[in-house]
Design a protein around this ligand. Structure first.
Ligand code: SAM
Ligand code: SF4
Length: 444
């Protein structure tokens, strides 16, 4: 008998992408085989996000369509839902969607394949959303889609309770992994040919709290940077309030650590930051930018911004615009505020009309695009060092890679150089991409 086939649809953040790689590996370990596409699959897993309502609606919309497919033409289809929507809505989802077979919480990932197997074996529909800390996940199961880059989770959960954010409720309290297994995982990845790792956590700068012997995130970076063969280390996300002088020093001093930092500001107005419970002021944030640029010249800075948080007046929004103009980020993710049930901000009046949120979003997107374009134009004619990843998703006839500053570079195919750091001359740019031509190898 042939193996049942599976398909995973992933929504949301990089942690979900990594979780899906683990789920894929554990389903294969249980004897399932990847399907060519969602249409062919006998088991479909939706790994969901609930950070904004739109993300949740998308996942539940697809679940509705799949439930219909199961009713009308594929009664044997097994449907599983995991990730943050599963944790937020819990077992009630099984009642709401009678075609759904498995609900698996954010800290029960290691059980998902077993729950699916139970249903395939004729067992009952089931859920597991228990809140005990997630155990160490077996690395050997994780299926890394790229052989050049990989994510490594260093901590899970978040204790910050930003007023708008549902993450602490659905991902639980902050728990750091011990440094030993993290370093061991990086060693294994390098043995498989990986050159770049991105360390993941909701707030990586809080790494180490509660660990014995004591270690902080800068200490972890020192340990990871020593792994032979590792060309580049990145990390996300950094909460501005926890960026320590030791971390700034580590970014400047440790060769594999890329000169690139994502540290979301969310708003440029102090009163809004206070209501968001962000625990820093505009002045403190700008001081941090200055210290980072002084110690790490040329560091690429990126951010997240929320427009239309309750009580965000035109004047408050203008302060966000002026902050973006002052910092001149290399990139920004910009979101319309979306009230999330159970968060502190959900009790505030969502008083900025949708059209105003939309207009503010467009204004910031246009501003950031103009800044990114200007910064990229300054690179035309220069050579940049690029880690070659493989063929471009948008154009199979071109190859792609990134600079240490995380800029995407597109260039001619060079299969033999995948995983190498090469030099490319920048010929043309858009706000989000550099187009170039390979020159000399530039292993660095
Ligand atoms: N832990 C990270 C941090 O502290 O920045 C990121 C977590 S969150 C998944 C990613 C981004 O989504 C946040 O930085 C914020 O800009 C945005 N976000 C979170 N909750 C939101 C909400 N209710 N509405 C709109 N955007 C939101
Ligand atoms: Fe959400 Fe704030 Fe935690 Fe980031 S730091 S996950 S925005 S609560």
């Amino acid at each position: 008998m042939s193996s049942p086939t599976f398909f995973i649809r992933t929504y949301g953040c990089q942690m979900n992408e990594l979780d899906s790689e683990f789920i894929a590996g554990s389903l294969v370990e249980h004897g399932l085989a990847p399907a060519a596409g969602i249409e062919d699959a006998e088991v479909i897993v939706l790994n969901t996000c609930t950070v904004r309502e739109a993300a949740e609606r998308k996942a539940l919309g697809l679940l509705g369509l799949l439930a219909r497919r199961k009713r009308e033409r594929q009664p044997g289809l097994v449907l599983a839902l995991c990730g943050c929507v599963a944790q937020a809505k819990r077992e009630a989802l099984l009642t709401q969607v009678p075609e759904l077979d498995v609900v698996c919480g954010t800290r029960r990932l290691h059980r998902l394949a077993e729950l699916v197997q139970g249903v395939l074996d004729g067992g009952p529909r089931t859920s597991d959303v228990a809140e005990a800390a997630l155990p160490e996940l077996g690395l050997e199961r994780t299926q890394h889609p790229s052989r050049v880059k990989a994510f490594v989770a260093v901590m899970r959960g978040c204790d910050n309770y930003c007023a708008y954010c549902i993450v602490p409720y659905v991902r639980g309290r902050e728990v750091s992994r011990a440094p030993g297994p993290i370093v061991e995982e990086v060693h294994h990845l390098i043995e498989r040919g990986v050159r770049e790792v991105t360390l993941l956590g909701q707030n990586v700068n809080a790494y180490g709290r509660g660990l014995e012997p004591p270690i902080d995130f800068a200490g972890l970076l020192e340990r990871v940077a020593e792994v032979p063969g590792l060309a580049r280390v990145r990390f996300v996300t950094s909460h501005p309030k926890d960026i320590s002088p030791r971390l700034i020093e580590a970014i400047g001093a440790l060769r594999p650590v890329c000169e690139s930092l994502h540290f979301p500001v969310q708003s440029g107005r102090d009163t809004v930051l206070e209501r968001m419970n962000r625990k820093y002021t505009r002045a403190q944030y700008l001081d941090l930018v200055e210290r980072l640029r002084k110690r790490v010249p040329g560091i690429a800075l990126s951010t997240d911004l929320i427009v239309g948080f309750p009580g965000e007046t035109d004047k408050a929004f203008k302060e966000t615009v002026s902050l973006v103009e002052a910092v001149r980020y290399d990139g920004a993710f910009i979101f319309k505020y979306s009230p999330r049930p159970g968060t502190a901000a959900a009790t505030l009046d969502d008083d900025v009309p949708l059209e105003v949120k939309q207009a503010r979003l467009q204004r910031l997107l246009a501003l950031q695009d103009a800044i990114s374009l200007e910064k990229n134009r300054a690179l035309v004619g220069q050579r940049v060092a690029v880690l070659v990843e493989g063929s471009s998703r948008k154009n199979a006839e071109r190859f792609t890679g990134r600079t240490r500053g995380n800029r995407i570079v597109v260039f001619e195919p060079c299969s033999e150089r995948v995983g190498e750091i090469v030099s490319a001359e920048v010929l043309d740019v858009t706000p989000h991409t550099l187009h170039g031509r390979l020159t000399q190898p530039a292993e660095a």
